[in-house]
Structures are given as C-alpha cells and as structure tokens.
Design a protein around this ligand. Sequence first.
Ligand code: ADP
Ligand code: ZN
Length: 213
Amino acid sequence: MKLILLGAPGAGKGTVAKLLTKMDGSVQISTGDILRGAVAAGSELGKKAEAAMKAGDLVSDDLIMGIMSERLKEDDCKSGYLLDGFPRTIPQAEALKVMLTDMGEELDAVVDIAVPRDVILDRLTTRRTCSDCGEIYNVKSNPPSVEGKCDKCGGPVVQRDDETEEAISNRLDVYNEKTAPVAGFYEKEGMLLTVEATSSDAVIEAIKAKLGQ
Ligand code: ADP
Ligand code: ZN
C-alpha cells in the first residue's frame, strides 16, 4: 500500500507505520528518522537540519524535497510505502503531487490520525526512543524490559532532544500552523481518511476497512 500518515507529533504515526509494514511489506519512510540519522552521522544534511530540529522547528522544504525525491526512487519502494512525517507543509504536499505524477504513481489514501491535545502532551513527555533502531517506548505504558535498553536491538533508549517541554510546545504550535492545513489539502483531493482513535489497533482497523483488506 501507498499511504501518507498525518497527525500531530505523538499521534502515533510511527507506531501505526511499523504495524502496517508487517502487513504487506511496505516500507516506513520517516523524514524524522532520516534526519536524526543524518545528525548522528554528522553529515552535511545533518548539519543543516540540526538546529531547526532541536528547537522543534521545521527543516526547510527544499532540504526535505531533496531527501524524498531520492528516497522514493529506491527499490524497496516498489512494494509500497508509508510516509510518516511527510508532507508537513502545503508546499511539500504540492511538490509531492508533482513528483508522484511524474513517477506515474498514485497513493491509496491519506490517513489523518486525530488525537486530543492532552493525550498528545502526555504521550510526548513520556515517550522514549531507541537511538539505534528508532523503536518507540513509553515510560508509563510500554517501557523496555530493561530500563534504558532497547528490547529489539539493545541500543540506548533515551528521551529525544526535541522532547523537552519547550520544544514540544513549539512543535505543537508549528504543527497547528503549518501541518494541520495539509489535511485540508488532501480533503480537497478526495483522499483523506480521518481516524479519531487513541489506540494504534483501531487506526489499523480503520485503514484496513478503507482499503478493503
Ligand atoms: P514528530 O514526532 O514530531 O512527528 P519527527 O520524527 O517526524 O517528529 O520529526 C522530528 C523533526 O524533524 C521535526 O520536528 C522537524 O524539525 C524535522 N522534520 C521531520 N520531517 C519533516 C518535514 N517533512 N518537513 C520539515 N521538517 C521535518
Ligand atoms: Zn533499538
């Protein structure tokens, strides 16, 4: 399947994407993971993205479109992809539309995961992430079996730099201003599926029903 997953930070896009990859072999493409990898590797891309990410601001549309135009051409995309954290602005959505048309590809749906703000805030402050493989944990509801150590790969499970209270609040503001309108863009395109659910399983069920699987 080819899907875009929309939703505020902490809505569960990454978790849902990981569950969906197990269904049909589609790949999860997370611009946030790609950027964090670049920052960790100290690459040119990482250097350009680091400051904006740490503050919870968006990285420039040009940088993101450069990443995605390469990424979507890779072989593993042939079995489908779940775009997680992209597009995040109207210009990115417009550029993606042109790119897909050029590639002769069509998305199955755009899924907007709608979660109340208080749930989001609680989740983001308690979220922990494996710095090696990106696996997501929660100190309250889903801690790793050994504290600070990833169950999957043994890597360090930490709080992200942009998960301080200040950066979180900025990320939510940026989301409301720049990213929330992207749902409207896809609604006009007739592609939007809004799912109001706080459990990832319920989101998966709604997506399956929509795709007739
Ligand atoms: P979130 O949990 O907020 O969805 P992500 O892991 O998707 O976090 O992204 C982390 C950071 O990476 C964002 O706050 C932003 O700085 C940058 N980023 C990721 N994707 C994009 C994008 N499509 N456009 C601009 N910046 C992005
Ligand atoms: Zn890990």
